[in-house]
Design a protein around this ligand. Structure first.
Ligand SMILES: [Zn+2]
Length: 459
């Protein structure tokens, strides 16, 4: 069985948080064709070591006082680790600390990582505990200096040696392969771009050559969703094509799903990404409004969203994404329900003359007095019923809280998202945005979660 060159790594640190705490000692066991080499080094963390950590590791403030800071050993450590399989116990911890220290020192570090906790768990699922002390006991490992970096790195190396004897070679090779498999990334994308993605809810943006916006999407699990775009088993050519074009990824975290939907809709209109097929720009959002031309005679009138008085939303149907769409929809409705094209304004006919639809026996004849106009009006209202525009249920604006964000909404328009009271007042004073069909659709579904602002004057 051939494995690549290996490094068994262990660190001692000032605490458990990779971004805030620092490394105090590095222990490395290198294994390759030339044999086994051990290396260790104390590091001055530039911050005090607590009494608890001093007692646990035996590394005191006095011991590291004259040790070099990480940046002075960074180049040497990188040389020892680079191009080798990085093996550590609870590897996320050691790898995370090293990545952060390298970053501070101005180095870019990346490795294929194998975690021996995960490895032990996969190979010996019958055991509940997989910490280093359990492995020492189960595999009869020889302890030299426990809780010191090199001492613990040696233990991981020993454990690895035991596995060669205790586990069938194919099973071991297979398990290592599965644990070290990295997501396949498009050739032009830096792996660091993936490592830094957030896990939570929000919006992600793909940019291509020359920072051209390619795609905007939303997810409750950003990192997972982004990686799904790059999964190598994609059957869809369109998805493959998109993945190959991505040069840069940007993520915006939101307080929740509604925030992600609203942001997605806004960004798609703003950026017009070439791979987003839906949610295109609102050219001229329209509604049908029923107007009583004569008593009992209701006729549809095309209204642009910009002309709409949002205080007066009676007898509105839609929204439609364009005047063309509105007419198409009404034409289909007329055909389905035998309505008169002349009365609907879809066809210009002299009074008393039959509309063309009537000649095709598709209109029941309101144009020529065969059907009372009031009957026609009632049937029109019923037919339009499904497209009825939801009236705004509050007197003034309303809000939806999601995480630490508050979405402010008025008459189905998203005034903005506030993270503070000051933001909220600023939004209330700003000019409301134009009515937007996609926003309306998102907000109508979230109606139950809205609280009217007027009922909470103190907010
Ligand atoms: Zn007719």
């Amino acid at each position: 069985m051939s494995f690549p060159a290996l490094v068994f790594v262990d660190l001692e640190t000032t605490g458990a948080t990779a971004t805030a705490d620092r490394i105090t000692e590095i222990g490395i066991v290198e294994v390759d064709e030339q044999g086994v080499r051990e290396w260790s080094c104390l590091v001055n963390p530039g911050t005090p070591i607590s009494g608890f950590i001093e007692r646990l590791t035996g590394i005191s403030n006095a011991m590291v006082a004259d040790a070099p800071p990480f940046e002075d050993v960074a180049a040497e450590v990188k040389e020892r680790l680079e191009g080798r399989l990085f093996i550590a116990h609870n590897a996320r911890f050691d790898y995370g600390f090293l990545k952060n220290e390298f970053k501070r020192a101005g180095h870019d570090f990346r490795a294929t990582v194998l975690c021996t906790v995960k490895l032990s768990r996969k190979l010996f699922p019958q055991h509940a505990k997989h910490n280093l002390d359990s492995l020492i006991e189960r595999h009869d490992l020889t302890v030299s200096s426990r809780h010191r970096a090199l001492g613990d790195a040696r233990l991981i190396h020993q454990f690895w040696g035991r596995l060669q004897a205790e586990v069938a070679p194919e099973l071991l090779a297979q398990t290592v392969k599965a644990l070290t498999a990295r997501p396949s990334l498009p050739a032009n994308l830096d792996a660091a771009a993936i490592d830094d993605l957030p896990d939570g809810t929000g919006v992600y943006l793909f940019y291509g050559e020359n920072d051209l916006p390619l795609y905007v999407g939303k997810s409750k699990e950003l990192k997972k969703r982004v990686l799904a775009h790059f999964a190598s088993d994609h059957a869809a050519a369109r998805e493959m094509n998109l993945a190959q074009q991505v040069r840069r990824i940007e993520c915006i975290e939101t307080g929740g799903e509604i925030g992600a939907l609203l942001k997605e809709a806004m960004l798609i209109k703003q950026l017009q990404p070439i791979h987003n097929r839906h949610l295109r720009r609102n050219e001229e959002v329209c509604f049908w409004q029923l107007v009583e031309a004569r008593p009992g005679e209701w006729r549809p009138q095309l209204m642009l969203a910009s002309e709409l008085d949002f205080g007066q939303q009676e007898h509105l149907y839609g929204p439609f994404k364009s005047a063309r769409d509105a007419k198409k929809s009404l034409t289909e409705l007329a055909k389905e329900h035998g309505l008169c094209h002349a009365l609907l304004g879809l066809e210009k006919v002299k009074p008393g003359k039959p509309c063309f639809a009537h000649q095709l026996q598709q209109c029941r004849g309101a144009c020529v007095g065969k059907e009372p106009v009031s009957f026609h009006s009632a049937r029109l209202m019923a037919a339009l019923g499904r497209q009825r525009f939801a009236p705004w249920p509050f007197v003034g604006p309303a809000w939806i809280r999601e995480g630490d964000e508050v979405h402010l909404i008025d008459h189905w328009r998203h005034l903005g998202t506030a993270r503070s009271e000051a933001d909220l007042y600023e939004l209330l004073e700003a000019t409301p945005p134009a009515f937007d069909r996609d926003t309306y659709r998102i907000l109508v579904k979230a109606q139950d979660r809205m609280t009217p602002l007027a009922a909470n004057p103190g907010r």
